[in-house]
Design a binder for this molecule. Structure first.
Ligand code: MGD
Ligand code: MGD
Ligand code: SF4
Ligand code: MO
Length: 699
């Protein structure tokens, strides 16, 4: 008998409501839930991949242990006991341990409370995560300006008049650091009510294609545009923070630092005409609700932290922070801001390169050196949890080589990937429909205040475990093997109920469960100054680190002549998801997606024809891909998606390996970072491109 089940798609930040129809354990259909208050029926093609994940023959169903090159099934308790004994021995001999927590952790409410238990049992000084190849610059700016790293301003797209998207492509990504399901319809509604969308991107993206205006920008040059916009507002007398004025600290100091620059010079540096910049500033400053929003393209950049500071200053200068139709703060059912520490930077430093910790983590770019560099404090045991950093982190080859030297590696993952292929043990979670879901980290950044709990669709398969159980049981086994007190494990539903009750709304899990389509808690509301976590409830507009970065590193960059040659940027496709989901039959269909987009004016002099195999070379390495000639990328820029390169030895992803592509992170470089946040500068890598035939001839 088929049954239908309501839940949330956990695959991306949009958190769409889905209706899953099953017969026994087979998935008959996955449809959008039109009664979900947030997603209103929207889904993207990835939702149906959940069915492929459930049935994928490559998905591991039992823990496995690698002996030589072969994988052997192993019982859970044996695996936990063996890992625990090895950790105890490694630590007794002075070896360090570390964890990399990958992107899916952000989509799994139940792991978060268990991770500190594992970290403590391991005594792991070094914690790494996908945050430092992603959004940590947003969080550092929020810590400095608003007093808490999780105080994310959310674009109130449904009520704005003008949305400016810089370095984001929500029509492919479905929105990020911004839970905004069905963004296409929301953009169409904005335009239908006479509002506008402006996109700033080195590529004419899917989002740019529906925007009223799109401006190409030289990769990495965004601070020049953002400062020029601020100066143009100032010049036109349009700086009007309104009611925010009473909350601003350091406002004059910020302006004094900005006014050292000149619009003409800045315009030349970013490649956008000064007249276009002045016009955009006039639109932003016209008094109607407007939002400047920046994402991966400005976050994973050498000036990532500077970019986000300038974006926040723009929203403040136009009076659009904390304003209906501007960039607003949420009133979430679970209040991360009220229930976690504000965050930190520089309390301790990494061993090899002396990177400051940021929010308790070291930059992911430092993993390879921390594993490979001998000496006291060298990482000898390494745990990955839902991550595939060999494909996701710059200089994947360096990490690949480093992982091979570990004394112990454990991956909590359901696939044998480019990363987990190095593990001694792979501990696979149960299928996705056997898990429950709550958007712990994503509801607080949604365009409406909402809460939704999804129970498991299927009962657990006997002998399977959810991620949180694996992490918790590992923590207990490892603590026990070292004679530490056993950690107290709180079931995730209990933690969730407690977090809900402790938030100002005071809901219970039962209250949320009473609304299986989701509980709409209303539109975003102005929250300042109460929401600020700075000691004096002001907005710190001139953090010393940013003023210094502007005066030194940015000023140097601006005075240096622009480099010749091509630079590499990334892109996403609506049918891919980072380094995984490539093994879904449904998603893998269609033309090859791992191509190098290149402008016709850059292809011709290099004698590259559309579809030719080309060699791309950077300071880190070389990859071979097919060229896709298109004027949708600006001259001087080439674009390649990340998350491909499944040909590496040992990988077991049959469908993905039929379209292996190449890993763009074999080209990105470990030393290219934003030094304030430690975030990788994934965009703007200098590269050479040549057809395979001449590259071969040259060698
Ligand atoms: N060049 C370049 N590199 C990038 C980016 C870019 O734009 N350009 N983007 C960066 C960004 S924003 C991110 S977030 C990172 C992501 O990079 P990672 O943190 O490495 O995450 P994923 O690539 O999503 O890999 C997820 C892994 O977890 C496994 N997995 C999936 N779901 C689950 C689950 O529920 N439980 C468990 N235990 N395992 C699971 C998958 O099989 C896969 O191996 O990549 C970054 N890398
Ligand atoms: N389908 C799909 N959806 C996803 C993912 C996925 O892999 N596939 N990944 C998820 C994850 S982990 C994340 S973090 C989000 C990311 O969400 P988005 O930030 O929307 O990601 P992208 O689509 O990579 O958009 C980044 C844009 O920045 C542009 N860009 C590159 N360099 C620069 C620059 O120097 N300046 C400017 N202004 N723009 C630049 C690129 O051309 C690109 O269009 O997407 C999430 N959603
Ligand atoms: S946009 Fe697609 S992948 Fe993201 S939550 Fe919605 S259905 Fe899932
Ligand atoms: Mo991400």
């Amino acid at each position: 008998m088929p049954t239908t089940h309501l839940r949330t798609c956990h695959l991306c930040e949009a958190n769409c409501g889905i209706i899953v129809t099953v017969d026994g354990r087979s998935v008959l259909s996955i449809r959008g839930d039109s009664d979900d208050p947030l997603s209103r029926g929207h889904i993207c093609p990835k939702a149906t991949a959940i069915a492929d994940l459930e049935s994928d023959p490559d998905r591991l169903r039992t823990p496995v242990k690698r002996v030589g090159g072969a994988w052997h099934p192993i019982a859970w308790d044996t695996a936990f006991a063996e890992i625990a004994a090895r950790v105890a021995a490694i630590r007794a001999a002075g070896g360090e341990t570390a964890i990399y927590a990958g992107n899916p952790n952000a989509h799994n409410y139940s792991i978060a409370p268990q991770l500190p238990l594992l970290r403590k049992a391991l005594g792991a000084k070094a914690m790494f995560s996908a945050s430092s190849v992603d959004q940590v610059p947003h969080q550092l700016v929020q810590l400095w300006m608003y007093g808490h790293n999780a105080l994310f301003p959310i674009p109130d797209i449904d009520r704005t008049r003008h949305m400016v998207i810089i370095g984001g492509n929500p029509l492919a990504s479905n929105g990020s650091v911004w839970t905004v399901p069905d963004v296409r319809t929301r953009i169409a509604a904005l335009q239908a009510r006479g509002g506008r969308l402006t996109v700033i991107d080195p590529r004419r993206t899917e989002t740019a294609a529906v925007a009223g205006a799109h401006h190409f920008i030289r990769p990495g040059s965004d601070p020049a545009l953002l400062i020029a916009l601020l100066l143009a507002l100032d010049e036109a007398g349009l700086v009007a923070p309104g009611r925010l004025a009473a909350m601003l600290a350091g406002w004059d100091a910020a302006w004094a630092a900005l006014r050292r620059f000149d619009i003409t010079r800045l315009a030349a540096a970013c490649g956008i005409d000064a007249a276009v910049i002045r016009d955009l500033a006039a639109q932003l400053g016209d008094g109607s609700p407007a939002i400047v929003y920046g994402r991966i393209g400005v976050s994973t950049a050498a000036f990532g932290t500077l970019n986000h500071w300038l974006i926040n200053l723009l929203n403040i200068a136009t009076g659009n922070l904390d304003r209906i139709g501007g960039a607003m703060f949420s009133t979430p059912a679970v209040d991360i801001v009220g229930q976690t520490g504000s965050g930190s930077r520089g309390r301790f430093h990494s061993r090899v390169s002396g990177h400051p910790e940021v929010l308790g983590e070291f930059p992911a770019v430092a993993m390879a050196e921390e594993i490979a560099t001998p000496g006291a404090g060298q990482i000898k045991a390494f745990f990955t949890i839902a991550g595939n950093p060999v494909l996701s982190v710059p200089d994947g080859n360096a990490l690949d080589a480093a992982l091979a030297t570990l004394d112990l590696m454990v991956s909590i993952d359901m696939y044998v990937t480019a990363t987990s292929a190095h593990a001694d043990y792979i501990l696979p979670p149960c299928g996705p429909l056997e898990k429950d879901h709550y958007p712990l980290f994503l509801a607080p950044i949604a365009v409406r205040n909402f809460a939704k709990y999804s129970p498991p669709t299927f009962p657990p398969t006997p002998g399977s475990k959810s991620d949180w159980e694996i992490v918790a049981e590992l923590a207990r086994a490892i603590a026990g093997a070292q004679g530490q007190p056993l950690p107290n494990i709180v079931p995730p539903r209990d933690s969730l109920d407690r977090m809900l009750r402790n938030a100002p709304r005071g809901l219970t899990l039962a209250d949320v469960e009473a609304h299986p389509h989701g509980l709409d808690l209303g539109a975003l509301e102005p929250r300042l100054p109460d929401r600020l976590r700075t000691p004096d409830k002001t907005i710190a507009c001139a953090p010393a680190e940013l003023i210094a970065d502007l005066a030194a590193r940015f000023a140097d960059w601006l005075s240096a002549p622009p480099a010749d040659g091509l630079v590499l940027i990334g892109r996403r496709h609506v049918r891919n998801n980072n380094s995984w989901l490539g093994n879904s039959h449904r998603l893998a269909k269609g033309p090859p997606r791992c191509t190098l987009m290149i402008h016709p004016g850059d292809a011709a002099p290099r004698d590259i024809a559309d579809g030719d195999r080309v060699v791309v070379r950077s300071g880190a390495g070389t990859v071979e891909v097919a060229a896709e000639i298109t004027d949708s990328v600006m001259p001087g820029v080439v674009s390649m998606p990340h998350g491909f390169g499944h040909h590496r030895p040992g990988v077991r992803l049959a469908v993905a390996q039929a379209h292996p592509g190449a890993s763009v992170n074999d080209l990105t470089e470990r030393h290219r970072i934003d030094p304030l946040s430690g975030n990788a500068a994934l965009v703007g890598t200098p590269v050479d491109v040549a057809p395979v035939r001449s590259a071969v001839a040259a060698e």
